[in-house]
Design a protein around this ligand. Structure first.
Ligand code: DON
Length: 309
């Protein structure tokens, strides 16, 4: 569906863009450091059109942690929720996304939720398939179905850049392996996880994924039920409680919609029953969320009473 540019969204982007100067592009994954911190764009996908946007919505961004909510949906369909939650918990941590601290103090040592890196690595470990390639292709196929975009793929440069520098994620994997939460080769799992995080798309595709979650798993374009409503519900609940990491509480109070961020500066939002949102603004706050993206959502939520609470 073509996306129309909207004067209202353009004005909100101009207002929120001022905040980009207070943020910093993520560079712990070196390839992400090349992003322009001044960028800010948004697309909104309604269930039955039109789609509206502002900014350079053609620009591709890697999903990073936004992929965690999608791999969770796939794994819940693959294995069922009882199995999945035997290995990963349902509670927010209040800690940074890559923290190892609670793994050591929790008994059993399973990660507290699937949105922190430790939990997401366990989820990626659970994607079914005979090989890394098959597991990755299953995830990509699912994302192509969600976006209706058969060209979605991953960025090799970003995947390689993260794989070469993911020492903290390696540490998390070895800890999880020692405690028998995962039982595969760590380098193989990291190969799959870093490719997952490097899957790239534009804001419009991101908004399209958001609208599927917003409509309880139904693709409003094809009218197909892409995931069961119960799985969409679980994913949206995690987006509210853990989607913005240790800023999720403040985000719920100030904005009040299910959303998931990534260190590339993407945010995928799902306004229940109403629309999906895709945002790209690579300048991040100190918690790893898009600083101007959050401001933009705050303005939008206040103006259109989007909070679900
Ligand atoms: O594992 C990592 O560190 C990255 N691939 C993803 C982290 C991320 O996006 C956290 N988001 N705010």
């Amino acid at each position: 569906m073509p996306c129309q540019s909207s004067d209202e969204l353009k004005a909100l982007v101009i207002e929120a863009k001022k905040y980009t100067k207070d943020g910093k592009v993520a560079d712990y994954i070196p390839a992400l450091g090349k992003a322009n911190p001044k960028d800010l764009s948004i697309a909104i996908h309604y269930p039955d059109g039109p789609c509206i946007s502002a900014g350079d919505i053609e620009r591709k961004i890697t999903l990073q942690s936004i992929s965690k909510v999608i791999s969770l949906a796939l794994v819940l369909m693959d294995r069922g929720s009882d199995y999945v939650f035997d290995y990963v918990g349902m509670e927010p941590t209040g800690d940074p996304f890559n923290s190892i601290a609670k793994l050591e103090t929790m008994i059993p040592a399973k990660p507290l939720n699937p949105m922190i890196n430790a939990g997401a690595l366990v989820v990626t470990h659970m994607i079914k398939g005979k090989s890394i390639e098959e597991r990755f292709q299953r995830l990509v196929s699912f994302i192509r179905e969600l976006t209706n975009d058969p060209t979605v793929n991953y960025c090799e440069e970003v995947a390689r850049s993260e794989f070469e520098t993911a020492h903290l994620n390696r540490a998390l994997c070895y800890f999880l392996k020692q405690h028998k939460i995962i039982d595969e080769d760590v380098e193989q799992l990291l190969d799959l996880y870093t490719k997952q995080c490097a899957i790239e798309m534009n804001c419009l595709d991101l908004a399209k994924i958001g609208v599927v979650f917003a409509m309880d798993g139904v693709d409003p374009v094809s009218r197909r039920q892409i995931m069961p409503p119960d799985i969409a519900r679980i994913c949206k609940t995690f987006m509210v409680t853990c989607g913005m990491y240790n800023a999720s509480g403040e985000f719920a109070i100030k904005i009040g919609i299910p959303a998931k961020s990534g260190v590339s500066g993407g945010i995928m939002g799902a306004v229940p029953g109403r629309f999906g949102i895709g945002i790209f603004g690579p300048a991040l706050d100190e918690k790893g969320n898009s600083i101007a993206g959050i401001k933009l959502l705050e303005l939008l939520s206040a103006k259109h009473s989007l909070s679900m609470f």
